[in-house]
Design a protein. Structure first.
Length: 348
């Protein structure tokens, strides 16, 4: 991922709030005769994670809704970069945001912690299955309130552990070490359950001084974290990074009911096939990392079992909330028979 700010090419102009342009001829579908430009900001870089949604908006609206997207918003600004972006949406500085579900698990929508429960959703296929199930439409409503309205949930990258000197394979490898994580209640609790000290850091920030961190392959490649010499765990996916599409409530109301539903439909349709696209994107990043000498090590079956046992207190904590427990049970049932993602490797 690039650290440079960019604008997606689905725009007819830049806008910090909802704007309406000259009437656009539109005699088909569910669009209107008035072209609307919505601003969308995300701390992430341009990727396949957003392409399908943006294209769906253009197709379903027949061009009557266009999105001006700012990538890498609040990038490298500190651990609370996603919280800052949410504040931008609430204040109306931007109409829409796309950001990790983890930012909601702290105080806004703790039930979304079920999506990032440790070691539960451990493949792109499992993530796609969960987010295309009816439970996803219930979960997105958890973010409603306080000037925010949920639009949809999109699959995101898989997060893996990387260790300095010694790879993070079993619980014993975490004990007493400082592990860099993105701001998240679930990630914080998981790292503590494994006997390590969590340290929040911002997207793209330096990982110097950490004994390890959790990141997706694309971030390690884009930020060149491989230059620290940290070793990745090939067959452990700690959690995914599902993407929440959230809108300023007033901006959504100005769109009208039909166009608001159109945005939601665009998000729902973007889930289908996302797993394969994300896997392809990860493989491209992995190829770049391997060319630069990135190393991986695999946890043994015994170490994997020890990890699952060690993180049980996190599940106990999540299950104290009735709604979160219900979501956890549903997600667990959905992913039970989905194969684990194949280990990443630089061999062959």
């Amino acid at each position: 991922m690039s650290a440079a700010v960019g604008l997606v090419l689905l725009v007819v102009g830049c806008s910090s709030t909802t704007s309406r342009e000259e009437p656009a001829k539109n005699t088909q579908g569910r669009g209107t005769d008035e072209r609307v430009v919505l601003s969308l900001a995300t701390p992430m870089g341009a990727s396949d994670e957003f392409d399908a949604f943006l294209q769906n908006v253009r197709t379903l609206s027949h061009g009557s809704i266009q999105i001006s997207a700012e990538f890498d918003a609040h990038h490298e600004e500190g651990p609370d970069f996603e919280e800052r972006l949410l504040n931008d949406v609430q204040s109306g500085r931007v109409d829409l945001a796309a950001l990790g579900s983890r930012v909601f698990d702290i105080r806004r929508a703790p039930a979304l912690g079920a999506l990032t429960a440790p070691l539960l959703i451990n493949s792109f296929d499992a993530e796609e299955k969960v987010l295309s199930a009816p439970v996803a439409q219930r979960m997105i409503r958890e973010v409603d309130g306080g000037g925010l309205t949920g639009v949809g949930l999109l699959p995101g990258s898989l997060r893996r552990p990387f260790g300095a000197g010694t790879p993070l394979l079993g619980p014993q490898d975490y004990k007493g070490r400082t592990i860099g994580i993105q701001e998240s209640r679930v990630a914080d609790s998981t790292v503590r359950a494994l006997g390590a000290k969590p340290k929040w850091f911002g997207a793209g920030n330096s990982v110097a001084g950490f004994d390890g961190f959790e990141q997706q392959i694309g971030s390690v490649n884009g930020n060149r974290y491989d230059e620290t010499g940290m070793i990745g765990t090939a067959n452990v996916v700690l959690w995914p990074r599902p993407i929440v599409l959230v809108a300023n409530t007033k901006a959504l109301e100005r769109l009208g009911e039909d166009q608001g539903k159109l945005l939601q439909e665009a998000a729902e349709q973007a889930v289908h096939g996302a797993g394969a696209n994300l896997r392809e994107e990860e493989n491209r990043d992995l190829e770049s990392l391997c060319a630069r000498g990135q190393k991986f090590a695999a946890a043994s079956p015994a170490q994997l079992a020890e990890l699952r046992k060690a993180v049980q207190p996190v599940y106990d904590q999540l299950s104290r909330d009735r709604q979160t427990k219900e979501y956890l049970n549903t997600v667990t049932a959905l992913v039970r028979d989905v194969p684990t993602e194949a280990p990443v490797s630089c061999k062959g």
